[in-house]
Design a protein around this ligand. Sequence first.
Ligand SMILES: [Zn+2]
Ligand SMILES: [Zn+2]
Ligand SMILES: [Zn+2]
Ligand SMILES: [Zn+2]
Length: 281
Amino acid sequence: FNYYSSDMDPRELPRPHKKYPSLELPSPVEERSLCMPQNGCHCHNCKELVELTECPICTGGYQRGVTACDHCGNVMCWSCAAKMPSCPFCRRPRPPARNTALERIFNKLQLPCNPSRLDSKKQSSLTMTEHVCLAKKDCPWTGELGSLAGHLEADHDISVLVGSGITIEIGGFRSKVRASDKRGRQYTVSLACYASIFVLNISLLKKKMRLLFTGASSHPTQRFGAWLEVDSSYRTMKGIMPVSTQRHKQKELFISCDGLLSPWRSNDDVVRMNITIRPLS
Ligand SMILES: [Zn+2]
Ligand SMILES: [Zn+2]
Ligand SMILES: [Zn+2]
Ligand SMILES: [Zn+2]
């Protein structure tokens, strides 16, 4: 069966009336019959879909629009993308752009099995939680977790990377350590993972490396730890340090810089740090 009669220009075929999909999600969760958790659906697709339809940065839904990076293909919500000067996944210096194809698909889905949206009590406590700025103690910013990443990037010039791990390489280590006697040096980066934002502050000061990690989480009772590996061609140090998600319980860790590089091989001058954030059970 052919819809096109040969003498008809396909461009003149009648178009559907609805011109643009609405950005609202389909019916409320309670009304859905498909794949309710109480129906015991643990299908692979449901699990994958729930993860797909949650913005990995603010863990919110995509009611306000879907954006995707045209370089790495990662997806995030429009309100997060609007605050980012670059893609937080691949660091391409252009924020992810609105993706109407994905919006159409998400609008058609009966979003299944999303515990955070089903549990209305949890939902209200999530939106009630006010977080404080993780970058500076005297910063007056407070707000929802979802807007913290934007604040760190815009007001403190801290890069927010999506993921639970990062490798930091400090080259020219000896001269930086020597200079640290007079003038400290700081490096701050932020990781977005586990529905939380972590700020890792590493500073060189008076021949010591100071590590200060803080976090803000949408799971207030979950504890997190940082798996650390400080590595040079001379030695490797490993450890786990707790990462506080409460402002007043931050603990700092000091590592003496003197022992990190070989005292007799001056050409080895690089220190690498692998940091991975994981939930502590
Ligand atoms: Zn299912
Ligand atoms: Zn978002
Ligand atoms: Zn990207
Ligand atoms: Zn701030």
